[in-house]
Design a protein around this ligand. Structure first.
Ligand code: DX5
Ligand code: ZN
Length: 223
């Protein structure tokens, strides 16, 4: 499977979300950052907006929940029409129960890790989830610079998935752009979130193509 490019609409125009979803029609998913001003110091959008985005989006929604009390709220994002729902490990009381509930609702399940959170507690639980999201910035804002120190965590995650013979996806979010995507791909990521790099480009569609080309090339060199 080739690299998946999921532009983050956090960097889109919030007054024109339908138009800006149309600009990423050949991306793999639209990454939707839900923030509650508690788990992170920023506030974006919630269930009613996600529900409408799911109705008008040309691509499936990859919802990244940066909210407290994920156990309570995440299932409602599955009902709202997301294709993939990612909750933060730090915000879930019972991640396996929640993951099973989300899978039962028919969505892909992701578990996200802040930069300072270890992946090791989840390595024995990989078959319960569909994706690990390794944050490469502190969650909360777009446009931050990539944390190089996260590359070993990506490598350890990929190694554990391969060793277990699973097809769990590894997503990376934060500071992904032309100058970082090849390193992230070589470390083992296959799903790339990019907000400012995509929506800040003069030609949004061409930027998606270029990021995908660079990630696929990095994977090919490695294989
Ligand atoms: C940050 C969000 C990201 C954000 C990434 O907390 O989770 O999805 O949009 O933005 P860039 O790609 O600009 O680092
Ligand atoms: Zn995100």
């Amino acid at each position: 499977m080739g690299a998946l490019i999921n532009p983050s609409i956090l960097s889109a125009d919030f007054a024109n979300l339908e138009r800006d979803l149309g600009r990423i029609a050949h991306a793999d998913f639209a990454h939707v950052d839900v923030m509650d001003n508690h788990f992170v110091p920023n506030l974006t959008l919630g269930l009613p907006v996600v529900q409408r985005l799911a109705e008008v989006s040309p691509v499936p929604l990859d919802v990244h929940l940066m909210i407290d009390d994920a156990d309570r709220w995440a299932p409602q994002y599955a009902e709202a029409g997301a294709a993939s729902v990612t909750f933060h490990a730090e915000a879930a009381q019972a991640p396996v129960r929640l993951a099973r509930e989300l899978r039962g609702a028919g969505v892909r399940v992701g578990v996200a890790l802040r930069p300072a959170s270890p992946v090791e507690p989840f390595l024995d639980l990989l078959d319960e989830i569909d994706m690990v999201l390794v944050m490469t910035v502190e969650p909360g804002f777009g446009g931050q610079s990539f944390i190089e120190g996260m590359l070993p965590k990506i490598r350890r995650t990929r190694a554990a998935i391969d060793e277990a013979g699973l097809d769990t996806w590894v997503q990376v979010d934060g500071g992904v752009a032309r100058d970082t995507i090849a390193r992230v791909a070589r470390a083992g990521a296959n799903v790339f979130v990019a907000g400012s790099a995509v929506y800040g480009a003069d030609d949004v569609a061409a930027e998606i193509d270029e990021l995908r080309r660079r990630a696929d090339a990095a994977h090919t060199v490695q294989a």
